[in-house]
Each structure stands twice: as structure tokens, then as C-alpha cells.
Design a binder for this molecule. Structure first.
Ligand SMILES: Nc1ncnc2c1ncn2[C@@H]1O[C@H](COP(=O)(O)OS(=O)(=O)O)[C@@H](OP(=O)(O)O)[C@H]1O
Length: 356
């Protein structure tokens, strides 16, 4: 009776219809999610991004098994959007002149990109998709590179790993990426960061410690000092990117005269020689070099190039000594000398050459 009911020709077609529907649902829900792997991927993303470097050494991340699957890495790597990935990144250091450097680099016809700080790889990588990061850059052709500036990348521990895993997941030749690191006299940079901290807090009407008090009265050195220990931060990036991919820039020379520094950068970045001496003029009111536009002189705003607070001589001496060993280590690490690291030597040289 039951078999007769099932095989009754009208009911038979009904059952076949239901069976097709069930198979269709299986295709839609189970197969694309990789047998429920979607949930695991979400755990993996943060797990992978938070692993120790030594655990990652043997991890050959490809697009399909990368944490970026969440962001449709595979379709992104094969899409035109991946071409927008910046080939030049200014990764540090904050308060070393990165804004002026970005503005001057934007004058170059081979460089384009957003005028604002992006901070994807240190602040927004787990909140925003890789696709939305790529969409912040304009479409480009093969003669133009996108640039991004996020000076806090250099001091953020997980960033070099995140950046290098995204580069390989998107199948971008790693050697095509250039990382610019601008380093200014560490003491002057520290004072500039302290000043910024004060300005932010005064808006909140707080009474604040002086620079000297913060150096001598804190249990540990404040962040504005440890950020200027350049060797420590640079060495953590060298674990992920070889020296040849970096362009290290002397921030003091850049302030003194940006033209020769930009000429050197053109060589390091592998872009054509474009800058002319007349592109920049020293503005006596501003106290810095500015862009010499056809009709006007364009300087940075009031928040750049501010008058620094007085620092006690004792604090200066203490910090000069503190930074000395870091500076020497940095010079050894990257095989480059900086004017600010040899200040004492240069003063002594000038004195000796005058006496003899
Ligand atoms: N051409 C030119 N014009 C104005 N300012 C210049 C220039 N070149 C370098 N500088 C120095 O840049 C310092 C600010 O550094 P950053 O732009 O890296 O700061 S930030 O991290 O983006 O907030 C800023 O620091 P402060 O002097 O403390 O304001 C300047 O000393």
C-alpha cells in the first residue's frame, strides 16, 4: 500500500522535486563553507596574526589557506584591485617629518595615493576588510605607484608580519615593495612627540608633567623616548623584510634641505629623476622648506614646525648618552651613518680643524 502510494506517478514527481531541492540546499550551504570551515577561519585569522615569528617560519601561506580567506583573498589577488596595493610605504617614524615627506613625494608624477594616514596594518586590519583598504587607493597604471604613510607601523609589533603575509597572499612580488623610514635626531623627535601629547591633553584641561619630570620620575621611560630607540624597531622589521627593501632617510638632512634627500630617494625607490632645486624654497616665516608652486609657496600647517619647550641641560645630557648606544647599533644594523648620530663627533671635528 505504502509502495503503491510512493510510486504513484504524481507523488513520485513530488518526491523527486523535494530531493532536488535538498541537493540544491546542500550545494548552497555546505560546499562553499568548506564543511563548516568558515567559523574556523575566523578563529584562524586572529590566531595566525598573533603567532610568534618562530612559529611562523615554516608557514607558507598561500591565498587559499591564508587567514585572508575571510576577505576573499583569492578573488582579490586575481582582481585589478590588488594592483592598487601601495608599492611605497612610509612606515615611520612619527614626528620625524613624514607629512612633509609625503607631500613632497606626491609632487612626483610616478607617485599617487591617499593624502591621509591609512593605519590599516596596525589599527584597522581586524575591523575593516582588505578590500576596503585597497579601495582607499586610486586605480593606477604600470608607470605609477601608490604610496601610503602610516608612521606608527614601525613601532607596532604585529605589523611587519601582517604586511608581509598580505603581500604574499596577494601574490605581489615582495621585492617590488619599498619601505621608507625617516629618522630624525632622536631627542628632537621625542620632544616633538611630547609636545603633541601636551597639546592633546591641554585640550582636556589636564595639568601635565614637564618633559624632564617624565624622563626622571617615571618608573619606565615614557613612550616618546622608547619610540626614538630606532634600532629596536628597525630590527623587528628586518626579520620580515631584507635591507634592500628599505629606504632610510636622515630626517635632519631632510629638514636642512629636502632637494638632495629626495634625489637620493628617487634612486632608492627606482623612480625617474623629477625634482628640481627650484621646486622647494626656504620660507623664513615658517622656518622650513616649502613647495614652490607656480603661483604660491605652500607650507605645512601650524601643527608642523612648532616651537619646542625648553629641556634642562641635565636631561639633554642624560638622553644623549641613552640614545648613543641605540644610534650606534642602528648604524651597524643598516650600514648607514646619520648626521644626528655623529653630532658630538662632528662638533669635535670642527673644533679640532679650527684649532689646528
Ligand atoms: N618642510 C617641513 N615643514 C614643516 N615641518 C617639517 C618639515 N620638514 C620636517 N618637518 C618636521 O616634521 C615634524 C612633524 O613630523 P611628522 O609629519 O612626521 O608628524 S606626524 O607623525 O605625521 O604627526 C615637525 O615637528 P615639530 O617641529 O615638532 O612640529 C617638523 O619639525
Amino acid at each position: 500500500m505504502l509502495t503503491r502510494f510512493i510510486f504513484n506517478s504524481r507523488n513520485k514527481w513530488c518526491y523527486i522535486g523535494v530531493a532536488i531541492l535538498v541537493i540544491f540546499c546542500i550545494f548552497i550551504y555546505i560546499i562553499p563553507s568548506g564543511n563548516g570551515k568558515v567559523k574556523n577561519y575566523e578563529v584562524d585569522i586572529f590566531d595566525l596574526f598573533n603567532r610568534e615569528p618562530n612559529q611562523l617560519a615554516n608557514l607558507n601561506i598561500t591565498c587559499r589557506d591564508s587567514p585572508l580567506d575571510k576577505y576573499n583573498c583569492y578573488s582579490l589577488s586575481t582582481s585589478r584591485l590588488a594592483n592598487r596595493f601601495p608599492r611605497i610605504l612610509i612606515i615611520g617614524f612619527g614626528k620625524a617629518g613624514t607629512r612633509a615627506l609625503l607631500n613632497f613625494l606626491h609632487l612626483h608624477p610616478s607617485i599617487t595615493g591617499p593624502p591621509v594616514e591609512v593605519n590599516y596594518f596596525d589599527k584597522y586590519y581586524d575591523k575593516e576588510s582588505l578590500q576596503s583598504y585597497l579601495e582607499t587607493f586610486p586605480p593606477i597604471n604600470e608607470n605609477i605607484s601608490n604610496i601610503e604613510k602610516s608612521p606608527s607601523y614601525i613601532i607596532s609589533p604585529g605589523t611587519p608580519y601582517r604586511l608581509s603575509s598580505v603581500i604574499s597572499a596577494l601574490d605581489i612580488p615582495k621585492e617590488s615593495i619599498k619601505l621608507i623610514v625617516l629618522m630624525r635626531d632622536p631627542l628632537e623627535r621625542a620632544v616633538s612627540e611630547y609636545l603633541e601629547w601636551v597639546i592633546q591633553r591641554t585640550r582636556e584641561f589636564q595639568s601635565l608633567s614637564s618633559f624632564d619630570e617624565m624622563v626622571f620620575n617615571s618608573e619606565t621611560l615614557p613612550k616618546f623616548i622608547t619610540t626614538s630607540e630606532y634600532d629596536i624597531h628597525v630590527s623587528s622589521w628586518l626579520k620580515y623584510f631584507p635591507l634592500e627593501q628599505f629606504c632610510f632617510v636622515d630626517g635632519d638632512l631632510f629638514i636642512e634641505d629636502p632637494f638632495p634627500v629626495l634625489q637620493e630617494l628617487e634612486i632608492c625607490l627606482g623612480i625617474k629623476a623629477h625634482y628640481k632645486r627650484t621646486d622647494f624654497v626656504f620660507d623664513h616665516g615658517k622656518g622650513f622648506f616649502c613647495v614652490n608652486d607656480e603661483n604660491s609657496i605652500q607650507c605645512l600647517g601650524k601643527s608642523k614646525g612648532r616651537i619646542h619647550p625648553e629641556i634642562e641641560e641635565e636631561t639633554r645630557k642624560y638622553l644623549r648618552k641613552h640614545f648613543k648606544s641605540h644610534n650606534l647599533r642602528l648604524e651597524k644594523l643598516i650600514h648607514k651613518e646619520f648626521t644626528w648620530a655623529r653630532k658630538d663627533k662632528n662638533i669635535l671635528k670642527r673644533f679640532l680643524s679650527k684649532v689646528f
